[in-house]
Design a protein around this ligand. Structure first.
Ligand code: NAP
Length: 326
């Protein structure tokens, strides 16, 4: 009987899937909805065949050493895998999998919620009303910026970037993108997007939304120089990963009026949020809830579980990130 360790309570349908396949005793799970202390994690993975991890766990050489040579897969319950040292796993011939696709639409929905909330100052407005300050309608009160008909800039036109672009059509927007890979013209036309270089994306976007993955190239891709290059009326959105943005530089840009507002679902050192960002009324800040719906979290957990089942049955996991080792 294989041993499977789950690092945090996940939707029950996925746990059931693993238990029905391998038996109840095969599956152990950290029972508390808190980050498992590192030492406990290292102890609890000793001797396991598979780990179902979430993005708060650092999966690296230290953890592989603690698990032991029988470890046959790490299945991450996220599409992003910047918490995993994939080259280290590859050196040890341990497959790593993620959960692409199933969270695309849900994360695009949340991105749009942030675009609208930020442009129309929903956070500020609600705080104002709840604090009892609203006394009367005013022609000049809480003026935001229109979304429809504006120029939307997408940084990273992958699965989520494209889903965001599809929604932009309904708002009659001019959609531009920057990505290291440019699509062929017929594909761009079908998606209703046009390619621009990064500096033009910065200069031209009314709303700029980030959808690349975190990598050495994208870390701090947005800093002081980039915010200064944007329109003073621009709105900046990040639902990808916090370290893509230099947070102190963003806080300064918001404070100095270099850009109009920002909407963020992700932060450099989660769950810490830079105190100057917390002080910015023109920032809408969410606690990393991009994929947080009942339906999508169940699909993500089930996908991670299925990757484990495939691997332990001797198949190549369908979402394997390093299939060359198998
Ligand atoms: P994806 O399909 O892999 O898209 C990422 C895109 O970024 C690709 O088109 C990629 O281009 C592009 N890219 C790579 N390097 C770039 C660079 N230097 N500059 C600009 N673009 C670059 O991934 P996805 O499924 O859309 O997910 C994107 C990211 O969103 C994930 O990695 C994750 O970090 C984040 N995410 C967050 C949440 C949340 O809860 N907030 C939820 C889901 C996902 P190439 O293909 O040419 O490399």
């Amino acid at each position: 009987m294989p041993k499977i360790y789950i690092t945090r309570p996940i939707p029950v349908s996925a746990v059931r899937l693993l238990e029905e396949t391998f038996g109840k005793d095969a599956v152990r799970m950290w029972p508390e909805d808190t980050i498992i202390p590192r030492q406990k994690l290292l102890q609890n993975v000793a001797g396991v065949d598979a780990i179902l991890a979430i993005l708060t766990e650092r999966i690296d050489d230290e953890l592989f050493d603690a698990a032991g040579p029988q470890l046959r897969i790490v299945a991450n319950m996220a599409v992003g895998f910047d918490n995993i040292d994939v080259p280290a796993a590859t050196r040890r011939r341990i497959p790593v999998s993620n959960t692409p696709g199933v969270l695309t639409e849900t994360t695009a929905d949340l991105t749009w919620a942030l675009i609208l909330a930020t442009c129309r100052r929903l956070g500020e407005s609600e705080r104002f009303l709840r604090s009892g300050q609203w006394k009367c309608w005013s022609p000049t009160f809480m003026l935001g910026t229109d979304v429809h008909g504006k120029k939307l800039g997408i940084f990273g036109l992958g699965r989520i970037g494209q889903a965001v672009a599809r929604r932009a059509r309904a708002f009659g927007m001019d959609v531009m993108y920057y990505d290291p890979t440019r699509y062929e013209f017929p594909r761009e036309a079908a998606m209703g997007v046009r390619y621009v270089e990064f500096d033009e994306l910065l200069r031209e976007s009314d709303i700029l939304t980030v959808h690349c993955f975190l990598s050495p190239e994208t870390r701090h891709a947005f800093g002081e120089a980039q915010f200064c290059a944007m329109k003073k009326s621009a709105v900046f959105i990040n639902t990808a990963r916090g370290p893509i943005v230099d947070e102190p530089a963003l806080a300064r840009a918001l404070k100095n009026g270099d850009i109009f507002a920002a909407g963020l679902d992700v932060f450099e050192e989660e769950p810490k949020v830079h105190p100057e960002l917390l002080a910015c009324e023109n920032a809408v800040l969410l606690p990393h809830i991009g994929s947080a719906t009942e339906e999508t979290r169940a699909k993500m957990a089930e996908m991670a579980a299925r990757n484990i089942i495939q691997r332990l049955h001797g198949e190549v996991p369908v979402n394997c990130l390093n299939p060359e080792i198998l």
